[in-house]
Ligand binder design. Sequence first.
Ligand code: PLP
Length: 370
Amino acid sequence: MRSVAVADVNDRVFNFSAGPAALPLSVLREAQEDLLCLPGAGASILEISHRSEVFTQVLEEAERNLRQLLEIPDNYRTLFLQGGALLQFSMVPMNLMLGENRPGSYVLTGTWGRKAVQEAVKVGATTVAWSGEEDGFRRVPVDSELDLAENASYVHMTSNETIQGVQFQAIPDVGEVPLVCDASSDFLSRPMPVDRYGLLYACAQKNAGAAGLAVVLVRDDLLARSSEKLGAMLDYRRQAEAGSRLNTPPVFAIYLFMLITRWLQNEGGLAAVAERNRSKAALLYEVIDFGDFFTGHASVDSRSHMNVTFRLPSEVLEKQFLDSAERRGLCSLKGHRSVGGIRASIYNAMPLEGVEALRRFMMEFEKSQA
Ligand SMILES: *Cc1c(COP(=O)(O)O)cnc(C)c1O
């Protein structure tokens, strides 16, 4: 006889994972229930045609809710694509670069921006408008520091650098050049003035559901830049014309995304969610700022409301901190291997109680070392 370990909802920990990350419990429960039979479908979302009436309604509601939450202007298209954020690192230059002398200009505030430019150079010319790398990626630039190529095809930025915990609190002014934003780790965490961007994209597994899906918002006029020569799946214009159903889209991820947009509406919309996120982050930064036991990675005006990164006085203490946190059900707090230290990812779905429990633990740990 094989024995099967059965875990239940009480075994769930406070999960500070940077991504894939914690999802709202109510969304998981609904998905669990619907997995046997989706109302009106006689089957689950995984078992019906992506052209069926039921799936069409899911897709349409996902788009409708998203438009309402972010107040997306009518001249923007919303695409639900595959390949996560990384495929966008290639699709952006493939579609938006205007030719040899029209580089993509990249603002590098952390590891993801650097990866984005590494993919873009394979497609065409790029310039680096600013880089915080020498400094260990601790802050975002002010506008006067940006060295934008005059004839740039677009400017690329990362609104929240998930690994370093560095977040823009204001959108850089880049004039008439389309601003492209990787918003993977702060998408739907706060209101975003979409009209300030030419294109904005995010993978779903931080704040918006399941890995594999990328949500792309693109201004209509930029679709004209896509060349006929691009493979259909890589072509924003073709994807927009096909309503994101050029092939079978990631139906389950889109369905989960739809449930999350509903959840966000019930939570009071993005302004309310942003306020809660700000207070959650403040609870942790207060402890970090209090003495000199904890040291934040990012400068105060650039620190993230989503990924709180900090160090302890030694790596030995960091290891003890992580082990002891884990025993209390405060999990996945280890910083990214490239930065070290501690990273608490506190996306929308992390409840206040989780952040309070971490705050208490940090204060106790500091005291125990005095
Ligand atoms: C997680 C993340 C990515 C990578 O997303 P994938 O879906 O794994 O490709 C890219 N950019 C940022 C800012 C991220 O947080």
